[in-house]
Write a protein that binds this ligand. Structure first.
Ligand SMILES: *Cc1c(COP(=O)(O)O)cnc(C)c1O
Length: 359
């Protein structure tokens, strides 16, 4: 207690999910809620499912285990390509995994057969973002090989953009995915039930009615958690941006110069920060630091406050304009970007306080 905490408003998460699910439903698209930025929080997953998400996706098996242990009964999708060394666990833990390597699919197939199961897979196609996926020209021969594996069943194709390469989903690249689906279905005489088009960055295209009809699923984390699409990071209509807030306490408040005094070397992290010379400022030291959050992603809700910098244990905030506010013992509240959320949820030093709905 007394340390920084993240407040998590489950009613807002549920409402954010509902706004996105309803939009997508109009176009026959289902939404897998993505919990990875919350380290697989069962409370958050439950709010997403209440809001209408049809399944839960996470990148880590450990998070999936946490969700299952928390009593979340749903279909689970593993978002990160499975490692060859963990195929048994993948088959045992999730209902469907995203895949791009034949050797892994072959091992998944064997593991599933040993367990007396068939494991569902989505083959990922790289549409240019250069993260995971089979190159489009290679999809048909790749699928042919996968179809010969008895322990896995291809339920669809998928793609992921705007992650590594920052490539935007467009009619062109999504159309390519839709055409590949048709080609696979015609070549092999099968029906692909799930075409998983992308993540939060697909929302503007869906809202504009431009998503090809064959795409019938998206996997959404950030837009539900933080209420923003991820192309321009604009607030998404019908969602709240403050379902997660970081709260931390002022532990020192003093008037000091804006720039350090004395001969200077590197800071504690090997950087050489630059300081403005703007005379004395009132500075608050706050009990949250780089060990707790990605401080560059913290924005004070009170716009009179300005983050000046941080060390492992302290955030330094210019509170000059807050006049009598931000006194020792006061809580300052910050919104978080995705990186700050991920780090704060992952930090054992940051308490998580759920509110907003019984769970
Ligand atoms: C993280 C992830 C998502 C969710 O991305 P958001 O931008 O948070 O919506 C979807 N798909 C995959 C494969 C991911 O790794």
């Amino acid at each position: 207690m007394g340390g920084p905490y993240v407040s998590i408003d489950l009613a807002k998460i549920e409402q954010n999910a509902r706004a996105i699910v309803e939009l997508c439903a109009q176009q026959g698209i289902s939404v897998a809620g993505v919990t990875k930025a919350t380290c697989g929080s069962p409370e958050v997953a439950r709010a997403m499912l209440r809001g209408g998400c049809s399944s839960i996706g996470d990148s880590r098996l450990k998070n999936v285990r946490r969700l299952r242990a928390g009593g979340i009964e749903t279909s689970y999708m593993l978002l990160r390509i499975p490692p060859l060394s963990r195929v048994e666990e993948v088959v045992a833990s999730v209902d469907v995994s995203l895949n791009s390597e034949l050797s892994v699919l072959s091992a998944l197939s064997e593991a599933a057969l040993r367990a007396g199961e068939v494991h569902d897979v989505i083959v990922m196609v790289d549409l240019g973002d250069l993260r995971e996926g089979v190159w489009p020209e290679d999809v048909v021969p790749f699928v042919r090989r996968v179809l010969s594996l008895r322990g896995v069943r291809i339920i669809g194709l998928g793609a992921n953009l705007t992650c590594y390469g920052g490539v935007i989903p467009t009619g062109r690249n999504m159309g390519r995915l839709a055409r590949l689906v048709d080609e696979v279905e015609q070549t092999f005489g099968l029906r692909l039930e799930c075409v998983s088009g992308g993540n939060s960055s697909t929302l503007p295209m869906i809202a504009a009615g431009e998503m090809p009809a064959r795409i019938n699923q998206i996997r959404v984390g950030e837009a539900i958690l933080l209420g923003r699409e991820t192309i321009r990071r604009e607030p998404w209509p019908g969602t709240s941006q403050d379902a997660f807030l970081l709260h931390a306490e002022v532990i020192e408040r003093k008037q000091k110069p804006s720039a350090p005094i004395g001969e200077r070397a590197e800071d504690a992290f090997g950087g050489r920060p630059v300081f403005d010379e703007r005379g004395d400022v009132v500075r608050a030291l706050v009990n949250v630091g780089r060990e707790d959050a990605d401080v560059s992603g913290l924005v004070p809700l009170d716009d009179r406050l300005e983050v000046m910098g941080a060390s492992s244990d302290y955030l330094i905030v210019d509170v000059t304009r807050a006049e009598e506010g931000a006194r020792v013992g006061d809580q300052l509240v910050f919104s978080m970007n995705y990186a700050a959320l991920l780090a704060a949820m992952d930090s054992e030093y940051v308490e998580k306080r759920y509110q907003g709905a019984a769970c």
